[in-house]
Design a protein around this ligand. Structure first.
Ligand code: MCA
Ligand code: AMP
Length: 497
């Protein structure tokens, strides 16, 4: 039926109604038929709240099974899923809501009042809530609904998701992701990674970013794999449940934290088929240590919110440390000019453009239709890509993107701060740690005050882990702040021993 992603999932629901689709660590289970019934109840609830095809539904909640029901319901009702990190402050959240103009917003009960005020300011028709246990006004409404729902037809080019990601300018932009983007990408990955009914995916990623939301959920549901659904990643708990799983998808921090567990070994991974890593560079040292300890070569892949997955190491054959593998089937990757150079990508995976920003969209595509990623790479003759740097000013901390500009603008507002530079330097846990270097006068407040100021305005993962005050920032002949020199100066500060 049509181009709807949900219609693809329905094929699995019909094929495997009695099979366990979802399991929590506390052993609550849902079969695919039960999952479909929940998705239908939630879709009927959204329709009772007035959703129409193409309407955005902003979702800012803690991860629970109900989060999955809601995601499926938005798709089934023909809406556009618009996820937000619950760690965002009120002012961060207001920006997203004002830009996305959702018809419905779903938030944590503790945020209901603030979200309702915000909803009033931005014409949100309904504000509902769901807590970490999946209870709340939306769950109550869904429970009163019919467990059957007629899937709303969608065209391949219609939007399925609106996911915010910041550009080099620091202001977040909504990436318009279509049903076809998601279907083509998930189908390619299912094949490449050999996902199938016999698999169980240990799902511990957040579901407000593409990795946990689209890569993990869509592939598992299409393949008919079971999902072991964790509210968040905790190394000890993940380790305890690994023997029940066959697939793990994680950011590099998952793997370094698993390796820190003393008893993590081959035996823990006895039923595992594949460990997949992405969202940030996996250090070659982590790849090697993991392989020695477990006998598994982590399969690294590379992607972006705007493109879904672009390249992947092979399932069979060498999974090389430091390489992100070949372009997925149907996807073209190139580097124009000299290597290393900026990676460009074209294919059915590439998004439709930035929400309400046609000019910015045009800027980020080449004349012949390639999307300019801002990542710097080298492409070998055999088509293997290695990411060696970034042309964009971006820090990736534990898989979360932090845009220096967003923090610098706030720091520069503070009394006694002449100017600021926010950089990422090697961090043993998060890969990169956020550091702020401030050129200050005597009037500058102390670190606690600075952090307090930022904390009110920014989600916790964006806060600098260290702040340095200096007389002035290093500049090149053009007067531009030399962040590379700063990264070099502070590169050892998070070294453990
Ligand atoms: C949490 N904190 C962090 C991070 N996470 N600080 C820096 N970097 C982080 N990533 C801070 C919190 O603000 C908090 O500070 C304190 O650490 C404890 O918070 P908690 O939530 O308990 O942290 P955690 O459990 O240790 O989380 C670490 C984590 C998590 C498990 C690595 O960050 C995570 O799940 N990351 C995955 C991100 C992801 O899915 N990225 C994919 C996007 P305080 O105590 O001061 O409040 S990229 C993508 O989708 C593309 C398409 C791709 O290629 O995949
Ligand atoms: P996001 O905009 O949150 O989707 O993050 C996408 C960015 O994450 C990419 O542009 C890369 O900079 C980075 N990224 C994703 N996967 C990898 C990887 N395997 N190696 C290096 N960087 C990666």
């Amino acid at each position: 039926m049509t181009g709807s992603l949900y219609a693809k999932f329905e094929e699995t629901f019909r094929r495997l109604p009695e099979k366990i689709a979802l399991r929590t660590p506390a052993a609550r289970t849902w079969t695919f038929a039960e999952l479909a019934a929940e998705a239908c109840r939630y879709a009927n609830a959204l329709e009772a709240l007035g959703i129409e095809p193409g309407d955005r539904v902003t979702v800012q909640i803690d991860k629970s099974p109900a989060n999955l029901f809601l995601y499926l319901a938005v798709l089934g009702a023909g809406g556009v899923y618009q996820p937000l990190n619950p760690a965002y402050t009120e002012s961060e959240t207001e920006y997203f809501v004002s830009d996305a103009s959702p018809k419905i917003a779903v938030c944590a009960p503790a945020r209901q009042r603030a979200m309702r005020d915000l909803g009033d300011r931005h014409q949100v028709q309904a504000v509902m809530n769901l807590d970490a246990e999946g209870m709340g006004s939306l769950a109550d409404l869904a429970a009163r609904m019919d467990a059957r729902h007629q899937t709303v037809p969608r065209a391949a080019d219609d939007l399925a998701g609106l996911v915010y990601t910041s550009g080099t300018t620091g202001r977040a932009k909504g990436a318009m992701i279509t049903h076809d983007n998601l279907i083509s990408n998930a189908e390619a990955l299912v094949k490449l990674w050999r996902l199938q009914e016999g698999d169980t995916l240990l799902h511990a990623l957040p579901v407000f970013h593409v990795h946990g939301l689209f890569v993990a959920i869509n592939t598992a549901l299409m393949a008919g794999a079971g999902i072991l659904w964790f509210p968040k990643f905790d190394a000890a708990s993940a380790m305890a449940h690994l023997p029940q799983a066959t697939v793990l998808m994680g950011v590099p921090t998952f793997y370094t934290r698993l390796l820190e567990q003393k008893s993590f070994a081959k035996e823990t991974c006895r039923n595992m088929r594949v460990f997949i890593s992405g969202s940030a560079p996996l250090l070659a040292a982590t790849h090697r240590e993991f392989s020695t300890r477990t006998g598994h070569a982590i399969l690294e892949r590379y992607g972006m919110t705007e493109t879904g997955m672009i390249t992947s190491n092979p399932y069979d054959g060498a999974r090389e440390a430091g390489s992100v593998g070949h372009a997925l089937p149907g996807v073209s990757v190139r580097i124009r000019g000299e290597q290393p150079g900026v990676v460009e990508v074209k294919g059915p995976n590439v998004f439709k453009g930035y929400w309400r920003l046609p000019e910015k969209t045009a800027e980020d595509f080449t004349e012949d239709g390639y999307f300019i990623t801002g990542d710097v790479g080298t492409l070998a003759d055999d088509g293997r890509l290695a990411i060696v740097g970034r042309a964009k000013d971006l820090v990736i901390s534990g898989g979360f993107n932090v845009y220096p500009k967003e923090i610098e603008v706030l720091l520069d507002e503070m009394e006694g701060v002449v100017e600021s530079a926010v950089i990422g330097v090697p961090h043993p846990d998060f890969g990169e740690g956020v550091v702020a270097v401030l050129a200050v006068t005597d009037a500058c407040a102390d670190e606690t005050v600075i952090l307090g100021f930022l904390k009110h305005r920014l989600a916790g993962f964006k806060l600098p882990k260290r702040i340095f005050k200096v007389g002035e920032l290093p500049r090149n002949a053009m007067g531009k702040v030399q962040k590379a020199a700063l990264r070099e100066r502070y590169r050892e500060i998070f070294k453990t021993s």
